[in-house]
Ligand binder design. Sequence first.
Ligand code: ADP
Ligand code: ZN
Length: 598
Amino acid sequence: MDNNARNILRQVFGYDHFRDRQESIIDAAIAGRDSLVLMPTGGGKSLCYQIPALVRPGAGLVVSPLIALMQDQVNTLRQLGVRAEFLNSTLTRRQKQDVAARMNGGGTDLIYIAPERLSQPGTLDWLSRCRISLIAIDEAHCVSQWGHDFRPDYLSLGQLGGCFPDVPRMALTATATPATRRQILQNLQLREPAVYVSSFDRPNIRYSVAPKLNAKNQLLRFLENHRTDCGIVYCLSRKKVESTAVWLNQCGFSALPYHAGLPDSERAENQSRFLFEDNLVMVATIAFGMGIDKPDVRFVAHLDLPGSIESYYQETGRAGRDGQPSDAWMVYGLSDVVQRGQMLERSDADEIHKRNERSKLDSLLGWCEVTQCRRSSLLEYFGEKRPGPCGNCDTCLDPPKTRHGTEIAQKLLSCIYRTGQRFGALHLIDVLRGRDTEKIRQHGHQRLSTFGIGADLSQNQWRSVIRQLIVHGFLVSDAERFGALRFTGTTRSLLKGDVDLMLREDVSQQATARKTKVKTDVGEEDQELWEALRACRKRLAEQYGIPPYMVFHDSTLKEIMQRKPARREELLDISGIGHAKLEKFGNEFLKVVRGYLK
Ligand code: ADP
Ligand code: ZN
């Protein structure tokens, strides 16, 4: 290993060890080799190009598509004493000239550039006269036409190899599919690249999925364990975002809404508050999230079903980038299944596209109902095998019970059959449970042989049975007919009893209420010091006009809390404290610790 790289890791970034593949990736780049780096969100991609850029002579050129992210990264680097710059449309002419002057004078370690700026005439000319140490292409999947983030400007990045024949190029992404990988290699024209694929597991994220009973109460109970944390609550519609935010505020949380329908200024304001405050809940549609790399997001909650496992993974990936324990929590119900199906059928997409989306939705639903380790089955979807159960997901911590369900299913199927496959879940359940409703009388359904034959199950239990039959493909919810339940090609085998159907026992209200507390490692006795350290961090953040996590991450703060350092040198042993931060913030935190020990 290059000693220089290790010194930089320690002195600039304040970290002791490289993670996982970082070391080999950095070595290859220092040696001048092209590479493709696939790592999950939070895996530590940035160091992979930042360190070689500092080791090799010249300035590292980083192509990054998101302006907000660019500024964030440059700020973070500057806090570490690295001479970082960015060049994008937010700068004035004068500012751009200053950036160029510093660059020409050799006073730049890293320069971040938006792809569209790079393809402007003159830019490449100018850069090829500067000394460039390395070219990093972040979010490299944007070059793939199949992906959802395609950016035409990325296609022109293929020519970089020709302009900078002696400069190593590194493409980085958190999107794992083989098709994307091929397109990156092809379109960016990397030369005999080293390819690094990390595990996509995010071991610090605890996954849990529960049946939706009373979503608001369930959310409140979940949030009880995150009273002082930052997190995101995703909803499908703007209206629901608004009402959920209002309601959370009434319940004593600080919650802000975020969706594409808000005025630009309000959205920008809310996003910036999310970055700068350390206990804020963002209630958002999926319009929120791209380009947010706040490291201390402690939870991502889904009140509605996402569109696919890919989107779910991307959205939940925003939790716990700092590696600290975090929650990915979701409730889903029959109404989600029906609603998602309807959205799909009513969209203008062509049939092939719809079929594709339908099968993605089915995979997600199937995943919601798994009975083995939820993490293993998530990774399996991305083609990765785990050696065994993880011990940190809902199905590992509280294995769901299953029971033989063919007979129960037959009652339901026969009820659907006798009512002509024309009704939705609610009415069918009323018939099965033998209720006296207007609709039942109107259709004469109280005279059916199936009336009241399912009174032993609660409404929620029946909903769970229906959901599972849809997931297993024995029923479809007909979007054209308001979610009427219909038979499929395989229903007959179940009706005849040829299938031994295993059903997941419905998780009762009590069971979902169980504490799913993620360990915060802050014991009763340390609470006071912890709060004092947090307050100190907040004060410094305000003073320097940066978000608290740019002062120190939670993990660094926790180490200070545990080790209670008395001297400056001891602070340097703590992960996340390099020389620049020691100078700037060290004394303040020592004062807090001293005050506490007195
Ligand atoms: P990515 O870009 O892959 O999503 P980042 O580069 O933002 O991830 O890194 C995620 C977090 O992990 C950052 O806060 C970073 O400081 C931290 N990190 C990266 N490498 C290390 C390391 N070797 N030791 C400790 N922390 C690290
Ligand atoms: Zn598990």
